[in-house]
Structures are given as structure tokens and as C-alpha cells.
Design a binder for this molecule. Structure first.
Ligand code: NHR
Ligand code: GAR
Length: 199
């Protein structure tokens, strides 16, 4: 019997959330990273994962020319090969079909840069600024077929400050993402779905 839950982390870019998750899974943590998987061969996170001794894989979506199911049929392979118990999206930028999501039901997490249910989808920081919100933040939720709509497992709030641009606000939120996501994953891997609320 293996004592640790195995976590696959899907990225598209820099992977700072992935790094915060991988680096959190040591000592008495109930899980360990088994795979970092990117849809983008240029993702900076791939080198960071390899430097940490985590297996990496790339499945580029572009050759599939919009055939999401054909892309996902390849994307799922390294996840199954790695024997993942839990799958975490961390800055993964491709919408996934119900067929893919259903394979990881109740063990599939995402971090989204808004206080859901506000601002599902993209460009969340600009939308929060345009709306004149006094606070903004990030949410970890379970991935379900409907985008950014699954049960909420944690949220962290940050203030919106005078003069904020989308980039400045995004950086403030990202710092909190690096606190929130590891805290939620630790609980979730231990079988506890009580929401983590920060800020
Ligand atoms: N898939 C499902 N089924 N459910 C969710 O909750 C998902 C998901 C896939 C990704 C992350 C999400 C986010 O946190 C996520 C949650 C990409 C897009 C998007 O529109 C939207 C939301 C999220 C990720 N992607 C475009 C697409 O055509 C591509 C955009 C680009 O490449 O820049 O897939 O925000
Ligand atoms: C993070 O802010 C994450 O919440 C967001 O992209 C950034 C990735 O940063 N995710 C999405 O917008 C998903 N559509 P990272 O690659 O450094 O973790």
C-alpha cells in the first residue's frame, strides 16, 4: 500500500502555482507530485518541475486544430501512466470537455483568479477593475464540465487599491494563490473538503 496520494499538475505557462504545490508536498503532507503536464512546450514551468525531480510531459493542442476530444485522448495518457489520484489545474489554459472531466470526478481541482462566482472565464483582473470592486482574489474549486463552476474549496481576498492596473492587481492576487492552493490541496488530499478562507 502506497502511503501518498499522487498528484498530477497541468500547466500552460510560468508554473508559479505548480512550484508552490510541488514544494508544499514534503514531510507529513499526504500527497506527492507525480507529473507536471503542459499543453505548451515553451511553458517555463516544465524546467522548474524537472529541476525539482518531477516527471514532465507535453501534449501540444495545436496539431489537433480545435478537435478537443482528440487532444484530450492524448492528454489523458500521461496522467493515467503516472497513476494520478488527484489532478490539479494550475494556470492551465485549455477548456476541457465533459468526457475528460468525468474521468477525474471528485479528484480534480483548479485555481481561478477571481472570487467566484464572480468573473468566470478570462481577463478577470481587468473585469474586477472595470466593475470598481473594492476587493478581488482567487478561488480553488473542483473542476466540473461547466467552466469555473464546481464546488468551492477555498478563497483568498485581496484589496483593490487606487491606481491598480490589471498587472499590478494580478501580482497581488498571485501571491495569495501561492498560499491558498497548497493549503487547499493539503486538506483535500487528507479527505477534508471544508473550505479554506483567507483574507
Ligand atoms: N474545464 C472545465 N470543464 N471546467 C473548468 O472549471 C475548467 C476547465 C478548463 C480550464 C481553468 C480556467 C480558469 O481558471 C479551467 C477550468 C481557460 C479558459 C479558456 O477560455 C477559460 C477558463 C480557464 C482556462 N481557454 C481558451 C480555450 O479556447 C484558450 C485561451 C488561451 O489559450 O489563452 O480553451 O480561468
Ligand atoms: C494564475 O494567476 C492562475 O490563477 C491563472 O493563470 C495564472 C498562472 O500563473 N489561471 C487562469 O487564468 C486559468 N485560466 P502560474 O503559471 O505562474 O501559476
Amino acid at each position: 500500500m502506497s502511503e501518498h496520494k499522487r498528484v498530477a499538475i497541468l500547466i500552460s505557462g510560468g508554473g508559479s502555482n505548480m512550484v508552490s504545490l510541488v514544494d508544499s508536498m514534503t514531510g507529513d503532507h499526504p500527497a506527492r507530485a507525480c507529473l507536471v503536464l503542459s499543453n505548451n512546450a515553451d511553458a517555463g514551468g516544465l524546467e522548474k518541475a524537472a529541476a525539482r525531480g518531477v516527471t514532465t510531459a507535453v501534449v501540444d493542442h495545436r496539431p489537433f486544430k480545435g478537435d478537443r476530444e482528440a487532444f484530450e485522448a492524448e492528454l489523458v495518457k500521461p496522467i493515467l501512466e503516472a497513476g494520478a489520484d488527484i489532478v490539479c489545474l494550475a494556470g492551465f489554459m485549455r477548456v476541457l470537455t465533459a468526457g475528460f472531466v468525468s474521468q477525474f470526478q471528485n479528484r480534480f481541482l483548479n485555481i481561478h483568479p477571481s472570487l467566484l462566482p464572480k468573473y468566470k472565464g478570462l481577463h478577470t483582473h481587468a473585469r474586477a477593475l472595470e466593475a470598481g470592486d473594492a476587493e478581488h482574489g482567487c478561488t480553488v474549486h473542483e473542476v466540473t464540465p461547466a467552466l469555473d463552476d464546481g464546488p468551492i474549496l477555498g478563497q483568498a481576498k485581496v484589496p483593490v487599491l487606487t491606481g491598480d492596473t490589471p498587472d499590478v492587481l494580478a501580482a497581488r492576487v498571485l501571491k495569495q494563490e501561492h498560499v491558498l492552493y497548497p493549503a487547499v490541496l493539503r486538506r483535500f488530499a487528507a479527505g477534508d473538503r471544508t473550505p479554506v478562507l483567507l483574507g
